[in-house]
Design a protein around this ligand. Structure first.
Ligand SMILES: CC(C)(COP(=O)(O)OP(=O)(O)OC[C@H]1O[C@@H](n2cnc3c(N)ncnc32)[C@H](O)[C@@H]1OP(=O)(O)O)[C@@H](O)C(=O)NCCC(=O)NCCS
Length: 194
């Protein structure tokens, strides 16, 4: 799977991404926004272990966000289990030097669409700590809506919000290249309806 977007590319992980991931991921500001499974400090050895797990996963659901030719962040989808098997959660991070450039909305939109197109999912959700308005905004721009806030549930910030989205025609057109794709599809539909 490879998705070429306006400011980055989504692609499978490679073992040689380890140094770049460790350089960006070794950041307490990132660790504060994610689960404790994410190591801190984050070493090259941690990156190797992550890459081995991610690259052996079938189907492949964890991807590199490549910016300017190197791994600059990560995005992954975790399928639900048992009665939740038609659902999944999405998680992501970007190296701090890339924050605030409007990069992340497009990967979230594109990977969510990819998952709805390729897996039998009825819902993809994200859990965002209440102290992270930037991520909440990214999800809203990617077509997710707020479902609720859970209090006293997280050791890191006390509470978090759940945002989710379902497959459907409204999924496309939230950002950049995907907006262009929707425009083309709409134009085709207009021609076909004549
Ligand atoms: C969260 C993260 C992915 C955002 O990615 P990004 O590419 O920097 O996001 P953007 O540049 O599109 O900015 C996000 C939006 O949040 C807004 N925003 C940023 N900080 C904000 C704040 N403190 N309060 C309110 N809105 C804020 C921005 O203005 C922007 O909205 P806009 O496009 O309507 O102006 C990135 O900061 C990151 O990787 N953080 C660490 C890891 C993380 O939080 N992962 C998600 C865990 S759920």
């Amino acid at each position: 799977m490879q998705l070429v977007l306006e400011q980055c590319m989504i692609r499978p992980w490679r073992l040689e991404d380890a140094e770049s991931i460790a350089r960006h991921a070794d950041n307490r500001k990132i660790w504060l926004t994610v689960r404790d499974l994410f190591p801190h400090p984050y070493t090259v050895q941690d990156a190797h272990e992550f890459l081995q797990r991610a690259m052996s996963e079938q189907p492949e659901m964890k991807f590199c966000i490549e910016i300017d030719g190197a791994a600059g962040g990560a995005i992954g989808v975790r399928p639900g289990q048992d009665v939740h098997r038609y659902t999944a959660t999405v998680g992501y991070w970007l190296g701090e030097q890339f924050w605030g450039h409007g990069i992340m909305t497009e990967p979230v939109t594109a990977v969510t669409d990819f998952c709805f197109d390729n897996f039998p999912l009825r819902r993809i959700s994200a859990e965002v700590f209440s102290s992270n308005p930037a991520s909440t905004r990214v999800l809203e721009k990617a077509g997710f809506s707020l479902e609720g806030r859970l209090k006293n549930t997280s050791l890191k910030t006390g509470s978090f919000s759940i945002l989710c989205c379902m497959p459907g025609p409204n999924r496309l057109g939230q950002s950049g290249g995907l907006r262009e794709e929707k425009r083309k599809r709409d134009a085709c539909a207009t021609v076909q309806n004549r």
